[in-house]
Design a binder for this molecule. Structure first.
Ligand SMILES: NC(=O)C1=CN([C@@H]2O[C@H](COP(=O)(O)OP(=O)(O)OC[C@H]3O[C@@H](n4cnc5c(N)ncnc54)[C@H](O)[C@@H]3O)[C@@H](O)[C@H]2O)C=CC1
Ligand SMILES: O=C([O-])CC(=O)C(=O)O
Length: 332
């Protein structure tokens, strides 16, 4: 029997990530090849004409899974009945800026849209915040939408996770699909901690620790970490625009694994509210290793944390605590 369509909201849909993301959703990349979707696309009035152009192209692409398109500048219409909300709307940083430099413009958007989601989205709507500063926008959304279960509000660090997989694969000259279980801890910012201590690589002789195969601790503790931390800035420098296709792809990975589950033996990184696991201050939206099953994420427990990792995990938590205070000062 055909499945009922799932309503997926993309805010900022006329922007560059939106333009890469909506065709992926309509093709089944996010929710699977047998899951019909209805796309809800929100943008602001100055982008209305462009948003309508995206709608025209979606019609022209004749996607078999796409059962409807709502393109609107009305936040209530956009949020009504949505099962999944991918929050991309906001302003991207430009060369030379840190992601928190767009804080004052973006957090107020998230405060406002929290209420609309709370009132009009489907019960149990899953929310993914992509717009920067992603963790803090998600935190604000969570705090101003108290009736949405905290577990349903997440932010995107899967792009960083995928970047870390990509760097290991490039270094070892192997397929990225043979690398797994890197971790991004903390903030989607330059203080994030990409951790390979538990990552493994599939080899003809079985799974081996990535650290052992790379066999270069200086690189793993130095250039590897800074490359992943700074990758967003490197893309902006090269493209004069921030990452879009990789961000859209990572957003699909995040939702797909959350809804359909992570493969056995594999974890992924998601920005989720901290319950105090790994001594991360409770209540922050912090990136952890998670497994997903039956539409729920669970933080992977019990991983040994060495002193090097501890310091980096604490530093990024501290930045998130500061960002939270800054966000509230922007809102007042
Ligand atoms: N978490 C992550 O891994 C990543 C996050 N980002 C962030 O994603 C966001 C979007 O990036 P791009 O698509 O490149 O930017 P963009 O500027 O191309 O598109 C953003 C869109 O949001 C719209 N918008 C602004 N205010 C809005 C509101 N109140 N409601 C609905 N829409 C609104 C704009 O009109 C624009 O169409 C930025 O904040 C960027 O920094 C980008 C890459 C990766
Ligand atoms: O770096 C930026 O501003 C855009 C972004 O979040 C990323 O590419 O990771």
């Amino acid at each position: 029997m055909a499945k009922d369509p799932v309503r997926v909201l993309v805010t900022g849909a006329a922007g560059q990530i939106g333009y890469a993301l909506v065709p992926m959703i309509a093709r089944g990349v996010m929710l699977g090849p047998d899951q019909p979707v209805i796309l809800h696309m929100l943008d602001i009035p100055p982008a209305a004409e462009s948003l309508n152009g995206v709608k025209m192209e979606l019609i022209d692409a004749a996607f078999p899974l796409l059962k409807g398109v709502v393109a609107t500048t009305d936040v209530v219409e956009a949020c009504t009945g949505v099962n999944i909300a991918v929050m991309v709307g906001g302003f991207p940083r430009k060369e030379g800026m840190e992601r928190k430099d767009v804080m004052s413009k973006n957090v107020s958007i998230y405060k406002g849209q929290a209420s609309a989601l709370e009132k009009y989205a489907a019960a149990n709507c899953k929310v993914l915040v992509v717009a920067n500063p992603a963790n803090t926008n998600a935190l604000i959304l969570k705090e101003f939408a108290p009736s949405i279960p905290g577990k349903n509000i997440t932010c995107l660090t899967r792009l960083d996770h995928n970047r870390a997989l990509g760097q290991i694969a490039e270094r070892l000259n192997i397929q990225v699909s043979d690398v797994k279980n890197v971790i991004i801890w903390g903030n989607h910012s330059s203080t994030q901690y990409p951790d390979v201590n538990h990552a493994t690589v599939k080899t003809p002789a079985g799974e081996k620790p990535a650290r052992e195969l790379v066999a270069d601790d200086d690189w793993l503790k130095g250039e590897f970490i800074t490359t992943v931390q700074q990758r967003g800035a490197a893309i902006i420098k090269a493209r004069k625009l921030s990452s879009a296709l990789s961000a859209a792809s990572a957003a699909c990975d995040h939702i797909r694994d959350w809804v359909l589950g992570t493969p056995e033996g594999t974890w992924v990184s998601m920005g989720v509210y901290s319950d105090g696991s790994y001594n991360v201050p409770a209540g922050l939206i912090y990136s952890f290793p998670v497994t997903c099953r039956d539409g729920e994420w669970t933080i992977v427990q019990g991983l040994p944390i060495d002193e090097f990792s501890r310091k980096k995990m604490d530093a990024t938590a501290e930045e998130l605590t500061e960002e939270k205070a800054l966000a509230y000062s922007c809102l007042s």
